[in-house]
Ligand binder design. Structure first.
Ligand SMILES: NC(=O)C1=CN([C@@H]2O[C@H](COP(=O)(O)OP(=O)(O)OC[C@H]3O[C@@H](n4cnc5c(N)ncnc54)[C@H](O)[C@@H]3O)[C@@H](O)[C@H]2O)C=CC1
Ligand SMILES: O=C(O)[C@@H]1CCC=N1
Length: 275
């Protein structure tokens, strides 16, 4: 089985490297292209056997599973470019939320899936969101999920919840890192604690909290309750956060969705534009 990647930017290269490093795929079974060829050449140099090629059409033609890891504005052009090389037996995976499965099905003959990864997959953690088109069989779905389970927890979601699921799973690491940064900034500013020490403590805390919420049997609510000694310090600070962050997360979701719908409209315009 050959797995191909068109686009080896941030997310394409994370998928490639984590699939190799987890042992899920041998480099000899992978082929990739990228607009800036030097990016994909770096992967070829790092992983002997990995095949870097100049042509998207060659990647499309040689792959049993083809990951399209370009940005929404590049999808139509790439889809048009490779459509002659994609046949009905191939699995084609888009990793971007605003491109609808039906749009890809309208151009490409392959079996279409949308898989939204997360930077957390780089350390074989976090989810990959799985959304399937009508052509992809249950066996294909199992094949894909078996592959992805080497680097993540594949979770099926309805296409209508792709954006909000991606906010939690794929944008979430950036939001949480922002929280950590602000927490550390304040700790350094207010107390003079060395920054490195504060970052290390906060990072270990995030890791442990993730474990408590996944395998530790805690919910977000029960975890807060357990840490908050009645009448104690955490309780006071949680109250402050609750008051000051009133409505912030609703606005955050409104913001991601409004940008998403802008992108959906732009992609729609591309797919309905004359070729
Ligand atoms: N960065 C993240 O954490 C996540 C990103 N995504 C999605 O993945 C998609 C890609 O994002 P990134 O990897 O972060 O972007 P990126 O800009 O780092 O990578 C895109 C790559 O596509 C290449 N490219 C552009 N046009 C091309 C063409 N015609 N042929 C071949 N290669 C071409 C570019 O040279 C670039 O290397 C986006 O749609 C994003 O929404 C999804 C989940 C998480
Ligand atoms: O910022 C972005 O557009 C992408 C979507 C999910 C994570 N990063």
């Amino acid at each position: 089985m050959k797995v191909g990647f068109i686009g080896t930017g941030s997310m394409g290269s994370i998928l490639i490297e984590s699939l190799i490093q987890s042992g899920a795929l041998q480099p000899e079974h992978m082929i990739a292209s990228n607009r800036t060829f030097s990016k994909v050449e770096l992967l070829e140099a790092k992983y002997p056997g990995f095949q870097a090629v100049q042509s998207n059409v060659q990647v499309a033609g040689d792959s049993d599973i083809l990951f399209l890891c370009v940005k929404p504005k590049e999808f139509r052009q790439v889809a048009e470019e490779i459509k002659g090389a994609v046949c009905a037996e191939q699995i084609v995976v888009s990793i971007t939320s605003p491109v609808q499965i039906k749009q890809l099905e309208s151009v490409l003959k392959g079996k279409i899936a949308k898989i939204i990864p997360s930077i957390t997959n780089y350390v074989c953690s976090g989810a990959t969101l799985c959304i399937y088109g009508d052509r992809i069989t249950p066996e294909d779905q199992i094949l894909l999920e078996r592959l992805l389970s080497n680097i993540s927890l594949p979770i099926r979601v309805a296409e209508e919840y792709t954006r909000v699921s991606s906010d939690l799973s794929s944008c979430g690491p950036a939001f949480l890192a922002f929280f950590v940064q602000k927490f550390v900034d304040a700790a350094v500013e207010q107390t003079g604690i060395p920054r490195e020490e504060a970052v290390r403590l906060a990072a270990e805390m995030v890791l442990g909290t993730g474990k408590l919420l996944t395998v530790g049997g805690f919910s977000p609510e029960s975890l807060q309750k357990r840490v908050s000694v009645p009448g104690g310090i955490t309780e006071e600070a949680l109250h402050l956060l609750d008051v000051r962050l009133q409505g912030v997360f609703n606005e955050l979701i409104e913001t991601t969705h409004s940008k998403f719908f802008e992108d959906v409209d732009k992609v729609e315009a591309q797919f309905y534009a004359p070729k």
